[in-house]
Write a protein that binds this ligand. Structure first.
Ligand SMILES: Cc1ncc(COP(=O)(O)O)c(C=O)c1O
Length: 407
């Protein structure tokens, strides 16, 4: 077999992520490599740390990239912060809450869950009551759960976490850069993200930030691997249960010691740095407002077509909407036709929502008026052919009205 050069078909990715990467991010990622300890590389690392402090809105010194997709960041945070037997409370309101449970269990933690129907979130009092009851070492909660399109309010939870000495972790993979978030203002101890949603990059790098309190826990677990340790290095019988995701060693690599761990994924670092640089150049508040505007236009358009949005819209993320598949319509066939005839991808869904909703994203590089209008126009045609009773011109019309009214 002769493999031809890569030539992906043109696509407009309007699902829940990944979305089309910003061309400027792709350009940054085509830059040549430098050595791992080249002063240029260590300067890029330091700049990337500072950029992500601003993106997370934190003063945390311990702000860095974990190499891997978003779940690498989640796994690094949970396996490094949770000792086997530690109690962790996970409020689950979608698929990614289940992922936190799964990862915490594999880290050996004693996992306690709260569950709510998909399409709803928790009242802060429900989480507070569970913290009082369970007395966990950590509260681990997804901020925006892409599977249901909703965001869990987090700002009220810090006080209770402080009162009971609970570490507060959240996964902002789906929400960061497109929805209000304030790591320090909301009292977070550990936060992990990814690039492939509102940050407009490819998946493969997980920005993480850790409060001094979290770093203290991780420092207390430091065990330096053989081959790089010296006489003063800590060695423990019960080290963090993953070498790759050992944040104590990763912190030593990103910190002034520059102690060797993995070989930093240079190309991903270029991409992650550019994602944050572009976001901050636009202005964090302006980027969030852009996501709000285009998300509101998409929501208006979906309704204008006569379709029903899914879930508790008071808690919908700006950047994605769930759309109920009309009675009698084959959801996968509609997605296939959108892709085949228009080159547009929208998302399917998982678990209890599979076959019930599509998920349509307006995020990162694709949080744009032309992308919203094109998607709605194509969706109308595909739905009409599928026999769904859509309102002619109703999608683009409602979106345009939303834009005119500032949504
Ligand atoms: C909220 C959330 N967390 C975690 C993940 C997992 O990310 P990845 O596939 O990059 O590992 C996703 C992916 O969609 C997500 O939306």
């Amino acid at each position: 077999m002769t493999a031809l050069p890569i030539a992906p078909p043109p696509r407009l990715l309007m699902g829940p992520g990944p979305i089309n990467a910003d061309p400027r991010v792709l350009r940054a990622m085509s830059a040549q490599l430098v050595g791992q300890y080249d002063p240029a590389m260590t300067a890029y690392m330091a700049e990337t740390q500072e950029l992500y402090r601003r993106v997370f809105r934190t003063a945390n010194d311990a702000t860095l990239l974990v190499d891997g997709t978003s779940r690498a960041g989640i796994e690094a945070a949970l396996v490094s912060l949770l000792r086997p037997g530690d109690r962790v409370l996970v409020p689950v309101f979608g698929r990614f809450g289940h992922l936190l449970v799964e990862i915490a269990q594999r880290a050996g933690a004693e996992v306690h869950t709260l569950e709510t129907e998909w399409g709803t979130v928790f009242a802060p009092e429900q989480i507070e009551e569970a913290i009082r009851r369970v007395r966990p070492a950590m509260l681990a909660v997804v901020h925006g759960d892409t599977s249901t399109t909703l965001a869990q309010p987090l700002d009220a939870l810090a006080a209770i976490c402080r009162e009971y000495g609970v570490l507060f972790y959240t996964d902002v993979t789906a929400s960061l850069g497109g929805n209000p978030f304030d790591a320090d203002g909301w009292g977070l101890d550990a936060v992990s993200a990814g690039l492939q949603k509102c940050l407009g990059g490819p998946s493969g790098s997980a920005p993480v930030t850790l409060s001094p309190r979290a770093v203290e826990v991780i420092d207390g677990r430091r065990s330096i691997e053989a081959g790089i340790r010296d006489a003063d290095s800590e060695v423990r019988a019960d080290p963090i249960r993953s070498n790759y995701f050992d944040l104590a060693m990763i912190l030593d690599y990103w910190g002034p010691k520059r102690l060797n761990h993995h070989t930093e994924a240079t190309t991903m670092l270029y991409g992650a740095r550019e994602c944050a640089r572009l976001l901050l150049e636009e202005g964090l508040d302006a980027a969030i407002e852009r996501h709000r505007l285009h998300g509101a236009a998409m929501l208006a358009g979906v309704r204008g077509l006569g379709l029903r949005p899914f879930g508790d819209l008071a808690h919908k993320m700006n950047n994605v909407v769930g759309v109920e598949i009309p009675e009698g319509v084959n959801g996968d066939a509609v997605r296939g036709e959108l892709l085949g005839d228009y080159g547009i991808e929208i998302g399917t869904s998982f678990g209890p929502l599979h076959g019930r909703i599509w998920r349509i994203g307006t995020m990162g590089y694709n949080a744009r008026r032309d992308a919203v209008l094109t998607t709605l126009a194509a969706l109308e045609q595909v739905l009409r052919r599928a026999g769904a009773p859509v309102v002619a011109g109703g999608g683009t019309g409602a979106a345009l009205e939303a834009y005119e009214g500032g949504a």
